[in-house]
Design a protein around this ligand. Sequence first.
Ligand code: T5A
Ligand code: NA
Length: 201
Amino acid sequence: MKRGALLVIEGLDRAGKTTQVERLVQELDARLVKFPDRTTPIGRMLDSYLQQKSELDDRAVHLLFSANRWELAPSIKADLEAGQTVVCDRYAFSGIAYSVAKGLPFDWCLSSDASLPAPDLTLFLTLSPSVAAQRGGYGDERYEEPGMQTRVRAAFEEIEARVRDWRSIDAERTEEEVWRDVSEAAEAAVRHAHGPVRPLF
Ligand code: T5A
Ligand code: NA
């Protein structure tokens, strides 16, 4: 059975995720899902937390990020089964990486996202902290500071070792060079997407 592909773009701050995701959505006529989806009631709590307008316990916020994916999971699965490709700007791997970077246990972080729809392909955009800094200073949102970014990078490396269909892409190159690799890998994943949607982890 042919179906739509679930494509995920992950990466550190200023890696160019949104830039590449927007091109992919156009190219593949795909549905865009951005995590966190700040428009739902849960998403509004996350938006306030990220803007440092409210405080939440680390485990509580982890579960809210996860719940924000679960509330969209049924429609993502339905779209994939109906042949619609879905592109996610961040997904469960960000959820794990940022919480592990704050000191929460890896397996605890992973468990709340277990059995979400598994991506057919995750593209991880990598860049060094110095190049990230050249793309503009850190903003006012929570986590936008060098110490946290270094710990997030280490957590993503741990995740990479445990996840299938993961591809790292050097995002220090020009937008066009990155796009060539992103589009080629994504088109292959779309061609090969078939069978039931697998559960993550
Ligand atoms: N979070 C998220 C959790 O803690 N748990 C979770 O479960 C989830 C889902 C969300 C925050 O929430 C955390 C992680 C985050 O801290 P967000 O809304 O996704 O944040 O915002 P960011 O991902 O941080 O968005 P950024 O804007 O920092 O990064 P992007 O999307 O990677 O970068 P982009 O495309 O906007 O580009 C950044 C700049 O670089 C330029 C662009 O023009 C732009 O100016 N650029 C390039 N410059 C040179 N060469 C290239 N190849 C370039 N590509 C883009
Ligand atoms: Na972004």
